[in-house]
Design a protein around this ligand. Sequence first.
Ligand SMILES: [Fe+2]
Ligand SMILES: [Fe+2]
Length: 190
Amino acid sequence: MEELHRIVKARLGHDALFGYPHALRVMELAEEIAESVGANKTIVRVAALLHDVAFDGKNVMTHAEESAVAAERILKDLSVSADRRAAICSAIKKHDFRVWAQEGMPESLEERVVSDAENVERCSPHGLIKFIITASRLPTYRDSADILRNASKFISRAYGSLFFERSKELAKESHELAKKFLEEVAKAIS
Ligand SMILES: [Fe+2]
Ligand SMILES: [Fe+2]
């Protein structure tokens, strides 16, 4: 596990929102959800830690697949068994609801736990700030009001994509707070 932490730190850097601290937050959330639903903790822990390992800030729509490919290589080098690699990499590939149409929905407990952990983080203040920063760099959004509207939609979609009750409990308060915050800011700038 130590070696994996070292690899993720080296690849993602220390950026509080997008780097290693994000992987760590998602890993901790995934462990907590795994505990309550009886998922395999090792699979969940490793998949959550590596879920964004190939994210470079720009490859939003392809990073899940690219992270799964990178994780397969990393885990093979560490002599992780083929069965475990398959379970871990499949959870990585399906961690982002934006690729479910191509990759399929998460089905195993472990896949669902990793996806939930990412979505709980998306409903948190970290997730909200991340969405606003990412959106502000994209040409897709017209202005601040447009970004706020889409942030609200994105957070609702993240909350609505949660599989487990424990995940909903973890996300509920910050999800409500984020929605209220977005409404107030949208009012203030209109
Ligand atoms: Fe991701
Ligand atoms: Fe992530």
